[in-house]
Design a binder for this molecule. Structure first.
Ligand SMILES: Cc1ncc(COP(=O)(O)O)c(C=O)c1O
Length: 340
């Protein structure tokens, strides 16, 4: 297949049937976003934020782009900015994985680390200050309409096209900005209204479950951390405020059910997906899959479930996900080695 531009390879990701882990008589598919060129779902919004800004002349050739991100958006933007020749500065809590930081720098971006204790809002405010001081372009993934719009135009339509004949009973996704959930929900609520839309968040950070209203300024930016937020190991999920992009799903009642998940379950299912299915995904993919497996327990026979898989496990080799994976031979391997 010939492509004129790396950016043309974004999207159109496969929905893959789970063969070994699915309970009997339930069909589980995973939408594998690690097929995107920078290996995550965020490539979609990165491309659209830049191209929408170009169309509206909010971004001029060579202008610096700034974004606050826990990681994958920074990697996606770094790829898009490298390809389109924009300097990129990313602000990120220093809790985000080393792989993300290095990959962004490898793609030519500058990475500024804010203290993890300040949460996502610390990174967000640092980006805001840089933009104000220098007149740079702020990508603003948490509020930018280009975010959910691209998921409506691509992710949602891809899902509709893949499942319109077979039918889809449940769609399961976590949220970072809420772009994936909101964009897909716009399509499914209209075209497949019987599909149940299930969102999930870390059990220790039940922002949506709490029904506490997020404090915002006039632009929709968070003023303060949400009181129910706590640190959790599901990188890419649930920053310490409810983003405006996700608020649309709350206001329009797109969320049929919110099922919490623990980081331990996410890690367990990420390992299961790798070792039993050959699906290589991070903790958030494992966490979403944990919820899909829970849904499967009570779903009627013959149900079809689609689970979002946002990125790849390779982005977490320095994290808790790989803690018990050795680089040296273990006792078993040594025994085998010495046996001949
Ligand atoms: C690693 C990762 N990136 C991105 C996303 C999706 O983010 P958003 O809600 O911003 O579309 C998720 C959520 O599932 C995630 O876990």
């Amino acid at each position: 297949m010939l492509y004129e531009d790396i950016l043309d390879t974004i999207g159109n990701t496969p929905a893959i049937k789970i063969k070994n882990l699915s309970p009997k008589d339930i069909n589980i598919y995973v939408k594998a976003e690690f097929y995107n060129p920078a290996s995550s779902v965020k490539d979609r919004l990165a491309k659209n934020i830049i191209e929408e800004a170009e169309k509206k002349s909010l971004l001029t050739p060579g202008q610096t782009v700034v974004e606050a991100t826990s990681g994958n958006t920074g990697v996606g933007l770094a790829l898009v900015c490298a390809s389109k020749n924009y300097p990129l500065i990313v602000t990120m809590p220093d809790s985000a994985s080393i792989e993300r930081r290095k990959l962004m720098r490898f793609l030519g971006a500058k990475v500024l680390l804010t203290p993890a204790s300040e949460g996502g809002t610390g990174a967000y405010k640092k980006a805001q200050d840089l933009v104000r001081a220098n007149g740079w372009f702020y990508a603003r993934q948490f509020e930018n309409t280009a975010n959910a719009d691209i998921h409506e135009q691509t992710t949602g339509i891809e899902i509709f096209n893949d499942f319109k004949e077979m039918g889809l009973d449940y769609f399961v996704s976590g949220y970072g900005t809420g772009g994936t959930f909101t964009g897909v929900a716009r399509v499914l609520k209209e075209k497949m209204p019987k599909t149940k839309l299930i969102i999930t968040e870390p059990d220790v950070a039940p922002l949506l479950a709490s029904n506490v209203t997020q404090e915002r300024d006039e632009n929709g930016s968070p003023i303060a951390s949400h009181p129910k937020w706590n640190p959790h190991p599901i990188q890419g999920w649930t920053t310490d405020f409810i983003p405006l992009v996700l608020q649309e799903s709350v206001d329009n009642e797109y969320i049929d059910e919110n099922i919490p998940v623990s980081g331990d379950d996410g890690i367990y299912w990420s390992k299961e997906l790798a070792s039993k299915e050959g699906i290589i995904t991070g903790v958030s993919g494992g966490s979403t899959f944990a919820v899909a497996m829970n849904v499967a327990k009570t779903a009627p026979k013959g149900s079809t479930i689609l689970c979002m898989i946002p990125d790849t496990a390779e982005r977490y080799m320095s994290s808790i996900l790989f803690d018990d994976v050795n680089s040296e031979m273990n006792a078993d391997e040594l025994k085998l080695f010495k046996s001949v």
